[in-house]
Design a protein around this ligand. Sequence first.
Ligand code: 13P
Ligand code: ZN
Length: 273
Amino acid sequence: MNIMENAAIQGFIRLCDDGWRQGWHERNGGNLTYRMRQAEIDACRPAFRTDRDWVKMGVKAENLAGEFFIATGSGKYFRNVSLAPEDNICIVEINNQGDSYRIVWGLESGGRPTSEFPSHFLNHSVRKAATGGECRVIYHAHTPSVIALTYVLPLTARDFSRALWQSATECPIVFPEGVGVVEWMVPGGPDIAKATSECMKHYDAVVWAHHGLFCAGPDFDTTFGLMHTIEKAADVYSRVLSTGRPILSTISDDQLRAVAKDFGVRINEDFLD
Ligand code: 13P
Ligand code: ZN
């Protein structure tokens, strides 16, 4: 069996292409991980090799022991993933303690999983627990309009959630819990991983100030769709601000409640007046 024919690998590659075409992945910006299903692991296993070293992650999650993840490589460009997947992405196995990984496939010309693997890993742990195992995808992108808003909005979950909900009618339906916000931190290490995963206990999207956005979801479509919806709402809000004109009308809190009720979702009342 050719590993490239696996639906999980194909979905992973397609998301990388889609994100690149949106303009969210300059250079090596952004990263993606997918927690594989048992049937996908079994189908890909003939292509695995187990001679590469275990690498400590600096973070630990017992509920991810023994899992396999597809991951983009650190320093690799999303625009190259579909051209040469075996050089730009990898599959990693997590050890029985849930604190180390080893590459079992991919990154054939060298490299390691994304530098944000600690954040992806802890986010997977938290979202797996919060969703009864449904969550499989963690996606980080450098979404320009979300980043722009982190310079002008207070860096709170309440301020960002309200601004985004008010900027497109579908938003309260797509992310009724709102979004979390992490103040600027040095990327790539255990500290930002822990701060982000704390937010992921409540939200499936977390803004990184002056950096980008993390989204979580059960599959590639839902996760990409969440990223796309949030970035588009942020784009609308940025355009409104850039007119320099006073806001004469917006979606009121009662209208947000009404749309949530009609579409059968529970909007986060903490963020409504
Ligand atoms: P990687 O190339 O290590 O994935 O880093 C890109 C990035 O966006 C860091 O936040
Ligand atoms: Zn980044």
